[in-house]
Design a protein around this ligand. Sequence first.
Ligand code: BES
Ligand code: ZN
Ligand code: MN
Length: 505
Amino acid sequence: MTTYSLRKGTPDKTRADLVVIGVSQNPDAKGANALEVCPGGEAIAAAYGRKFAPLLSSMGFSGKTGEVLRVPTGGTVKSAQLLVIGMGPRDGLTTEKVRRAAGVAARNVGNAASVALALPAIDAAHVRAVADGFLSGGYRYTAYKSGASKEPVAEVAILSDAARQKDSIDALATAQAVAATMSAARDWVNAPANDFAPLDFAAAITEFGKQRKGSGVKIKVYDVDELTELNCGGILGVGMGSENPPCMVKLTWQPDKPRGHIALVGKGITYDSGGLTIKPGGSMATMKFDMAGAAAVVAAIYAIAELKLPVAVTAWAPMAENMISGDAMRPGDVLTMHSGKTVEVLNTDAEGRLVLADALALAAEEKPDAIINIATLTGPCIVALGEKIAGLFGTDDAVAAVTTAAEVSGELVWRLPIPEATREQVRTESKVADLLQHNWVRWGSALYAAAFLQEFVDGLPFAHLDIAGPAYNSGGPWGHVPSGGTGFGIATMVQYVAAVAQNSR
Ligand code: BES
Ligand code: ZN
Ligand code: MN
């Protein structure tokens, strides 16, 4: 366990194994003259005096984003080692830059048992960014690596002149609550599908709940019989082809005198082979991650409960494995959904919308103030926005609130439309059923998927995050984002609910 503290900043006099500062580049200068210490680190640079920038420069440090340099201090300051993080061009120390730098720092602490972070924690928002970045950036998935255990840092001190302000103290608490549940969500996403079928996932959530006894979150797992009872034709249809039965987890956070009720719905496909509309081999390789939406809503509700946010929240995680067998769902099949609507399936690889449809309809029956859906829903959304930006769809009110929340959390989202004409296609283009699941038109199919989902929310305020790109990092770590499951969306959903609490005071 790592203990975090927030202290008034005197980094030169702080005794730690390692002290971390940021250094940025002045684009109008060259070599050592271009290096400028960032706020928070001034006292370190002052202790070295005029030789500081030339020293860094002589070791090949240029200050570009993500660059790291570790130097023994030889007694110049109280800490034994100095870790310098490149912050790139000096224009504006956004919270996002700081979050990324702190993430880079977390991966480069070496053997240090105690670390002092003298990064730009100039106000509460930047304290949050330093804490988020360091907590999140140090994550590694080692469950299946022999002998990979590494002692975590024992003590981390965040140095900030704003340390004694209440909003800074709250910012650290929020960062810790989110990081702890995010780490569990990443573990679930990274877990290989052979050890993580729907019932394993549900059991992992139940176990997580037990470890957090007293969290106040109630858990209910629906098995196949109960899903049958509820006419959840979408979840059952998708799960039919697998040896591993589908299920659904519902979590409830019900504070006293709630200032609203929000439903969170997340796609929980523990493996997506595509089903009979099978994926090409290469596209299947990362499909254990197709439950990242479900992991995110579970993590979010536990963080919300930990922070005791005064808003009622319900999280729905429909789970299935999309596989092939003699029992598998066929293109051309018609499913009857929980809402009573019938759906003609034309592409078994568009399975996410089918499991979500049932969960959305169940969520809508409770008449929450808004429904937030999160899903690794469509490859086409990655085509539209790239791997780092989530597509955001829905009604104006909910979309605006999620956008604002994402600005605070630092997660990148971009609105895409649900055109009325597309909704019309969903409702009219099946010759046999009420709704058409997929129309095989190549263009705009992330929009079609969103339009399909909206058929099940009963006209409620609705936002849908398509996280097919940002949920999983198949490359190397960058900034505060590790390889593999990223935990994308959790911080935004927690912030969204925090804002609901704030705005209805
Ligand atoms: N889980 C995939 C979405 C996905 C694809 C995420 C690639 C990340 C990378 C989803 O179930 C799916 O297969 N979607 C289809 C949508 C299509 C039928 C409109 C896809 O991406 O081909
Ligand atoms: Zn999928
Ligand atoms: Mn699919």
